[in-house]
Design a protein around this ligand. Structure first.
Ligand code: HEC
Ligand code: HEC
Length: 359
């Protein structure tokens, strides 16, 4: 009980931190999320009231401190991959809102190159489907893809269970986190989910503005917000900037990867070249952009929408104008204002949150 209060206290303390006081300033020596407890405690997701409803049924897998600590260890453990190196955290780097940067598309074991840009990990508890094409319908099922994909971790659950079962520390941690104490695929996936569910990013400048805590947006940011709502939010809707649909936003098909997006999942030709409308939270940190990372920076993203739209049968109707032209007309000044707004979505208290850090 005392621990629970302490966690609550810490959360309150941290959410009270100003922009210039990132997470490190909190009393980390006592960070209660670092160690396995003898008596496990439930963790609360701190969710602002203006956020959408949770999609994850927490009653099926309630996050606890011991589950979180185990999930974090698994997330950063290279032994989940066949080469002992490529952990989840290898491709999902916290400083970039859990994306990958040294390569445009992600790199897996033996330098194998995937065809997609690693997605950020944040606010996953509010998502209905996962990956760029929605191939995973549940957060617990998502990690099966990287763990078994040849170009990612190239491993099998049998192997992982054998490896982990030989490590006394894991034996203890699984026993502390789950009632049945078993090291099995189900518990591995549940622990990973508990770690990822806690990754709520809700403390950007935009959040503080929405919470009315006295934070004001600059003239450019305010103008950018207005432009974004008028020109972008039909797809990037709501406070997470996604309506969670799949759409073709006018990128040309990449001849190297020939990635047909949602079509791969549904088999419907009408879904060809459609990808999930991504949340734009922490977008400043998650470059390069788009499902294959082809666009290097935000300026170029805006140029794409104003001048770079490529026509195809599945191009989203919102990007066709009445006069037959394609795209979203924007002046250079408007582009700069939209970018100023997008940068208010950066949440340093999340990016530097030590609870999620590898070390
Ligand atoms: C080799 C690099 C790589 C590794 C290793 C990796 N991922 Fe990913 N991750 C990606 C890529 C690329 C995507 C986008 C996949 C797609 O669209 O097909 C992704 C997508 C995801 C998503 C979906 C996010 C969303 O918003 O839909 C989650 C969750 C995720 N990864 C978690 C994990 C976990 C947990 C592990 C470890 C078990 C892991 N990843 C290992 C590269 C990687
Ligand atoms: C017709 C729907 C639609 C509209 C309108 C739209 N977007 Fe997008 N946006 C998408 C889709 C779909 C993607 C992902 C495409 C892909 O990767 O293949 C995307 C991707 C992005 C990305 C890259 C995100 C990432 O994680 O890589 C940014 C940034 C972005 N949009 C900003 C904007 C801005 C700013 C506007 C308004 C000027 C806008 N979008 C208008 C659908 C839309």
């Amino acid at each position: 009980m005392i621990k629970q209060f302490y966690i609550l206290f810490l959360v309150v303390l941290l959410s009270a931190c100003g922009e210039n006081e990132p997470y490190e300033d909190a009393p980390m020596a006592d960070d209660p999320l670092e160690e396995t407890l003898e008596v496990d405690v439930a963790l609360n997701l701190e969710i602002p009231d203006y956020f959408p409803d949770l999609t994850y049924d927490l009653s099926q897998n309630p996050p606890t401190q011991n589950g979180f600590v185990l999930g974090k260890k698994l997330f950063y453990d290279g032994r989940l991959a066949s080469d002992g190196v490529v952990s989840c955290g290898f491709c999902h780097i916290q400083a970039f809102a859990f994306t990958h940067h040294t390569h445009i598309t992600s790199h897996g074991v033996n330098g194998a190159i995937g065809k997609r840009n690693a997605q950020p990990l944040h606010n996953l508890a509010f998502m209905e489907e996962f990956t760029w094409d929605g191939a995973a319908g549940h957060l617990d099922a998502q990690p099966i893809i990287p763990i078994t994909a040849e170009v990612e971790m190239n491993n099998s659950f049998n192997n992982i269970v054998t490896t982990l079962s030989q490590d006394p520390e894991y034996v203890e941690m699984f026993a502390a986190a789950f009632e049945n104490g078993q090291i099995d695929p189900d518990n591995i996936l549940k622990a990973l989910s508990q770690f990822m569910l806690m990754m709520v990013s809700a403390d950007s400048k935009y959040d503080r503005f929405l919470r009315n805590d006295g934070t004001t947006l600059t003239t450019d940011e305010t103008a950018g917000l207005g432009l974004f709502e008028a020109k972008c939010s039909s797809c990037h809707s709501g406070v997470l900037q996604t309506d969670q649909t799949y759409r073709n936003n006018g990128l040309s098909i990449d001849p190297e990867f020939n990635d047909v997006g949602r079509f791969r999942v549904t088999g419907q030709p009408s879904d060809s070249l459609k990808f999930k409308v991504p949340s734009l939270r922490n977008i400043e940190a998650t470059f390069p952009y788009m499902h294959d990372g082809r666009i290097p920076d935000l300026e170029a993203v805006l140029d794409h929408y104003s001048d770079g739209i490529v026509d195809s049968p599945t191009l989203d109707p919102l990007l066709r104008n009445a006069d037959g032209s394609l795209g979203i007309p924007l002046t250079e000044a408007e582009k700069a204002q939209i970018i100023a707004f997008l940068k208010t979505l950066t949440d340093d208290n999340f990016i530097f949150d030590e609870r999620f850090a590898e070390f």
